[in-house]
Design a protein around this ligand. Structure first.
Ligand SMILES: [Zn+2]
Length: 323
């Protein structure tokens, strides 16, 4: 029996919503986001504008846009970004799920994923690593995180890295990432707007105190480089210097120091992530994500699919109705 579940309204968890918003770009939205546009359409605090790069600003705008226009998304065109981030063993860009029943039992299932070592990515051995990880059934071992990490690192260092001539992982390798499936209680009953504003202000000040020169302010836009290798950072700084010698002098890196720069970037990145999280929370509260019922067709056009448990339940509830 075929059930027309697509006529039903659906909802998504905060986790899925965040994923959805970061996976898509609004077509025709490659314009330069001006300060004026930011204040009018994203958030009315001019001091925030100069902290975010254009990519960050677009991401924020899309986040708010999807919430704000959830009733009418069909008329807009979105472009999906590359699905597989190649960062994890199991997250491979498969479809995210939407739910139909608010008490669906899968809603509060937390799950884990495992980072793919950087050297594996750089040597294009992602498929080999994923297959190796699955072959050893690491996920099924049900070990505490620390023991599992030790086991994977040991096996990696004695087999995978040897076979592929890769450097060994150190014991402190961060293998596991616990991902929370946030269920449906993702909007607080009460949003403390004054507290939110104070937190934003505090982060702006923190960032202001860090960026003591126009050079550092500019370098803040490259904070995503904090995890890059020294060689890549040297290259990057060279190209920034060539493009903007007036902002980044030729000897900047020699004088400032590469570790210090990585540290600066890492802190800057963290501040920006916190700001992003706060603003996202504010938008979720403003547009009340908890209450939003999406049209399933719209969600399917965003490449989401119905959760299996919800789908089966809908089939069985519908058949109860008919007989
Ligand atoms: Zn479900």
């Amino acid at each position: 029996m075929q059930v027309k579940y697509y006529l039903v309204v659906a909802f998504v968890t905060e986790f899925t919503f965040n994923k959805l918003a970061s996976d898509f770009e609004l077509e025709d939205f490659y314009i330069h986001i001006s300060k004026q546009f930011f204040i009018e359409n994203i958030y009315p605090e001019p001091k925030l504008y100069s902290i975010f790069s254009q990519i960050n600003l677009r991401k924020l705008y899309v986040y708010k846009f999807i919430l704000e226009n959830h009733d009418n998304l069909k008329i807009y065109k979105f472009i999906e970004k590359e699905k597989d981030s190649k960062l994890y063993v199991f997250a491979r860009g498969g479809k995210q799920k939407y739910h139909i029943f608010r008490d669906c039992k899968t809603l509060n299932n937390d799950f884990k994923d495992y980072h793919i070592p950087r050297e594996v990515k750089e040597n294009e051995l992602i498929n080999e690593f994923r297959a190796w990880f699955e072959y050893h059934n690491f996920k099924e071992k049900k070990l505490p995180d620390r023991e599992l990490t030790a086991l994977v690192v040991f096996r990696y260092n004695t087999s995978f890295s040897v076979k592929h001539k890769l450097p060994k992982l150190n014991e402190g390798y961060e293998l596991i990432e616990n991902k929370q499936n946030t269920g449906q209680q993702h909007v607080e009953d009460k949003f403390d707007f004054e507290k939110f504003k104070a937190q934003i202000e505090e982060l702006i000040t923190l960032r202001y105190n860090m960026c003591t020169s126009s050079t550092l302010k500019y370098l803040g836009f490259y904070d995503y480089c904090f995890k890059k290798k020294d060689k890549e950072i040297i290259e990057k700084m060279k190209s920034i210097n060539e493009a903007h010698p007036e902002v980044i002098g030729e000897n900047f890196l020699d004088n400032y120091g590469i570790e210090r720069l990585k540290n600066f970037w890492s802190q800057h990145f963290q501040i920006k992530s916190e700001l992003f999280k706060l603003l996202a929370k504010y938008y979720r509260w403003t547009f009340n994500l908890d209450q939003i019922e999406f049209d399933t067709l719209t969600l399917e056009s965003f490449n989401l699919e119905c959760c299996k448990v919800c789908k089966d339940r809908l089939v069985s509830e519908n058949s109860n109705q008919f007989f």
